[in-house]
Design a protein around this ligand. Sequence first.
Ligand code: K2U
Ligand code: ZN
Length: 173
Amino acid sequence: MSIRPILIHPDPRLKKVADAVDGVSPELKKLAEDMLETMYDAPGIGLAAPQIGISKRLIVMDCVKEEGAAPQPMVMFNPEVKWSSEETNVYEEGCLSIPEQYAEVTRPSEVEVHWTALDGAAQSGKFDELWATCVQHEVDHLDGKLFIDYLKPLKRQMITRKMQKLKRERARA
Ligand code: K2U
Ligand code: ZN
């Protein structure tokens, strides 16, 4: 297993529409493992393959927040949101590719998702609460969309400028 570097916005690789996965190969299983390790190390509750520079439709999640509760890692190949509720939720989102920046995003409060699991089986499930927010945030990553794309242009520009400064500082370090 290995922890992979997470791309920081702005980066063209974060804006690409990722390619569908065709079959669950041993390499893809290893990639999913590395993504879970990278996510827990960050720490985060979700991670999409484009965030580590791999343009494939693969996300991992574990939104269990209760201290001491058993982790609930999820691996989803080719996830698709098939249904969304009319009702919406507002959540203060962050992103591992946009560190230390948070903003309120409104999304459907419940979604139904279809995906291919690690064993290659077709799966579907309904998600609400933080899981619903997270899976929509991750599927957006597969379509090159970031949570800041839902913000007003000025706010988005401010955050982008902060990230450009952060990347300049990291490059000098
Ligand atoms: O995709 C990512 O960048 C990981 C995201 C997933 C996420 C963002 C917002 C809301 C739910 C999930 C996070 O950075 S993981 C860290 C985190 C955890 C809870 C709330 C906000 C951010
Ligand atoms: Zn993110």
